[in-house]
Design a protein around this ligand. Structure first.
Ligand SMILES: C[S@@+](CC[C@H](N)C(=O)[O-])C[C@H]1O[C@@H](n2cnc3c(N)ncnc32)[C@H](O)[C@@H]1O
Length: 306
């Protein structure tokens, strides 16, 4: 699940991100987006390159790829991850990285056939500015492709323990995460559910031929939780076993929740509920009683620059 971690953290670069895409689904998208004709692609907010590394083999054989991130550390590691993933002649000279801010890219207008991002806009205080920059550097008739989640719903996904919860607890939980999300936005930390807004933003920015897809990957958990994907999904849960606050950073949650209009009393009640839920989940996992279908809403939205 793509929880609303601080974008500066590295929680979202855990192993689970390696299972984000089914290979045959990527091949289908590559076909829909006609990536075989694409000779230049820019990945904005590339992080360690998880997204563009997957798209790279589908591009035209001589295509060049530019990964951009504002953090130097990520682009250095992204370069390494391309080197590790592809034999040198494949990527040599074709893949480059640049440190730049998504809202003020140091790139000429009308440069790339495709400009894309995965979970970048959700971290921007002004996501529309980021989108406009992506469009600016796209060639006329080129495509903009954004992959962004709807994390409020992902946080509320049900599992085998949900039927034990009373309705009031679930309603409170929704209010809690809604206030958390709104507080994040108010503090300029980005909208963790921005996926829902992308089609409208694309239309407002003047893109045409807008198409919207949903990622087809789910992260199911069921006993005995044995395969590598399930282990990767559970890995953070194991790491959180030793933490007093479970998976949650109390100070961060507090900041966002209060900024979203929540009260200090509700914060403490809700935080204990979260801790209890986390402990119940761990107990159920160890007893083989926990299961979840593991769906998460992640939109892929593409549009063409006129
Ligand atoms: C959640 S990570 C996603 C990384 C990568 N796209 C992926 O899917 O694995 C968000 C990335 O956006 C970068 N980022 C956040 N704000 C940015 C900005 N204003 N300009 C450029 N990069 C930014 C972060 O440094 C981070 O690498």
């Amino acid at each position: 699940m793509t929880r609303g971690t601080e974008e500066q953290g590295s929680a979202w670069f855990r192993d689970q991100r390696d299972y984000w895409w089914n290979e045959d689904f990527l091949a289908l998208l590559a076909q829909r987006w006609r990536l075989c004709d694409v000779e230049s692609l820019a990945d904005i907010g590339c992080g360690l390159g998880h997204w563009s590394r997957l798209l790279f083999p589908y591009l035209s054989p001589d295509a060049r790829l530019l990964g951009i991130d504002r953090r130097l550390e990520w682009i250095q590691r992204a370069r390494q991850s391309f080197d590790d993933a592809y034999p040198t002649p494949v990527a040599a000279g074709k893949v480059a990285f640049q440190q730049s801010d998504a809202t003020a890219l140091a790139i000429c207008s009308d440069t790339f056939d495709v400009v894309t991002c995965q979970t970048l806009l959700m971290h921007l205080a002004e996501p529309f500015d980021g989108l406009k920059e992506m469009i600016r550097i796209t060639k006329p008739q080129g495509q903009v492709i954004c992959v962004e989640p709807s994390n409020l719903f992902n946080m509320m996904s049900f599992d085998s323990l949900t039927p034990e919860e009373d309705t009031e607890t679930l309603v409170k939980s929704f209010e809690f995460w809604l206030r958390y999300q709104r507080g994040r936005i108010a503090l300029g930390k980005g909208d963790i559910s921005i996926g829902e807004l992308l089609p409208g933003m694309f239309a407002q920015a003047g893109l045409t031929d807008i198409r919207v897809y949903l990622r087809d990957t789910a992260f199911p958990l069921y006993p005995p939780y044995a395969d590598p994907e399930q282990s990767a999904t559970l890995e953070p849960t194991h790491a959180w076993k030793t933490s007093a606050t479970g998976p949650w950073d109390y100070d961060q949650v507090r900041r966002y929740f209060l900024a979203g209009g929540g009260s200090a009393t509700m914060l403490d009640t809700q935080f204990s509920t979260l801790r209890e839920q986390s402990q119940r989940q761990r107990r159920a996992l160890s007893e083989g009683r926990y299961s979840a279908a593991g769906g998460a809403i992640v939109y892929l939205v593409c549009g063409r620059k006129p």
